[in-house]
Design a protein around this ligand. Structure first.
Ligand SMILES: Nc1ncnc2c1ncn2[C@@H]1O[C@H](COP(=O)(O)OP(=O)(O)O)[C@@H](O)[C@H]1O
Ligand SMILES: [Mg+2]
Length: 380
């Protein structure tokens, strides 16, 4: 079926390695007048992936994306797509399409004329164009609105037209820079899923930029977390959330209770950490590559923390405090428990059960606790 040809690539070699390294970013660095926007970066992106560059404002995400598209020239390094060197090729000669946040639709053209534009410019035959535009309209489910002009469409529909236009020529790589930036919050979460659907159906490989961790977690197969021009961690949303390798990563994605402390006992199969924020020691049920006396951080996610009125039996991984705040999130509530040290502990509580029976409320003295393997020890 035509949908399978949408990304315009044939798996000639068929080698797993080629698919693994479909897009290769090798030692790419970008400076602006001596300012390093992107440090030497290596990244391999698989065919068909939706890969997110995630990070705060100014960390170099767009600059790296623009290097891929050919809108910026790397100061050094190489970019290969499907085995072909991209360096030196202007944007229009790359088998790459970038969808701009503003969509950049032609206001005087209908939906189908917008989608057909690039194909016409390429001198494609009329019949072929008509067929292709129909496929694209079906892909983004806008067949009924083909004759409308952009101003007669909602924001979400405009975005789908822009996407259809970006995919019409069957690019090998689709670039999205903050794709949801122009949409309001409610529409965003809906469009995130629609966009993923369309991209996956088309089979195109996609690199997107976002500063929104939820968006990256929802849309991406893998994420590169960036900070000050450097990639700090690459992994699936799950890996980055469950196994952050740095304090930065742990704090950027999701919420976390983060403690500063020192390694007290460093054994082969367990570690204890003392923190000025906690009276009881932290006990971690596995070894770490560290040493006694080392300064470390320990992070535990609110959903891994148990909250109770009864004191837990274990002598470690617990703290007593006072409920200061309860934030209701439908399926769960987040309790903010103030410890004597001043530390504000966040603990999630599923709303369907025990909430009613235990009846914990503002001002109550409670215990928070967590299991031996529920947190991460971070040394950077
Ligand atoms: N054309 C440019 N000239 C000079 N500095 C730039 C240029 N483009 C980006 N920068 C700088 O590079 C850094 C990274 O920018 P950018 O990649 O746009 O960040 P992000 O997309 O992560 O918000 C910023 O400090 C920005 O000011
Ligand atoms: Mg940007």
């Amino acid at each position: 079926m035509a949908i399978e040809q949408l990304n315009g690539t044939k798996d000639t070699a068929g080698s797993a390695k080629a698919a693994e390294d479909y897009l290769r970013i090798v030692d790419v660095r970008k400076e602006f007048d001596g300012f390093v926007a992107v440090e030497d970066t290596d990244l391999s992106i698989r065919k068909g992936e939706i890969f997110a560059l995630l990070g705060g404002s100014g960390c170099g995400k767009s600059t790296l994306l623009r290097c891929l598209g050919g809108f910026e020239t790397p100061t050094s390094g190489k970019i290969y797509l499907d085995g072909q060197l991209m360096n030196g090729l202007p944007p229009y000669e790359r088998p790459i399409n970038m969808m701009f946040q503003s969509y950049a639709l032609f206001p005087h053209m209908t939906v189908e004329q917008n989608i057909a534009f690039g194909l016409k410019q390429d001198g494609m035959a009329k019949d072929a164009i008509r067929k292709r535009v129909e496929e694209m309209l079906a892909l983004v489910q806008l067949g009924k609105l083909a004759k409308r002009k952009p101003h007669q469409l909602s924001g979400g529909q405009q975005q789908r037209v822009a996407l259809a236009r970006s995919l019409a020529k069957g690019p090998k790589l689709l670039l999205l820079d903050e794709p949801m930036g122009a949409l309001d919050k409610k529409l965003r979460s809906q469009m995130q899923l629609e966009l993923v659907n369309i991209i996956e159906t088309s089979g195109v490989t996609c690199v997107m930029v976002t500063h929104d961790q939820e968006e990256a977690m929802t849309m991406a197969t893998r994420i590169a977390l960036m900070d000050s021009g450097r990639i700090r961690q690459v992994g699936t949303p799950d890996e980055i959330y469950e196994s952050p390798t740095s304090r930065f990563a742990a704090e950027f994605i999701g919420s976390v209770n983060m403690f500063q402390g020192k390694v007290d006992e460093d054994k082969a199969d367990y570690v204890t950490i003392v923190s000025p924020s906690l009276d009881a020691p932290i006990y971690v049920g596995h070894g770490i590559s560290g040493f006694e006396g080392q300064d470390v951080s320990f992070g535990v996610r609110p959903e891994k923390v148990h909250i109770s009125k009864e004191e837990p039996a274990q002598p470690y991984n617990k703290a007593r405090g006072k409920i200061e705040d309860i934030a209701y999130f439908g399926s769960h509530s987040v309790f903010h428990v103030r410890l004597p040290s001043g530390f504000k502990f966040m603990a999630n509580f599923a709303n369907q059960q025990r909430w009613a029976s235990e009846g914990m409320t503002w001002g109550d003295e409670v215990w928070v606790s967590w299991g031996d393997n529920e947190g991460v020890v971070l040394t950077s």
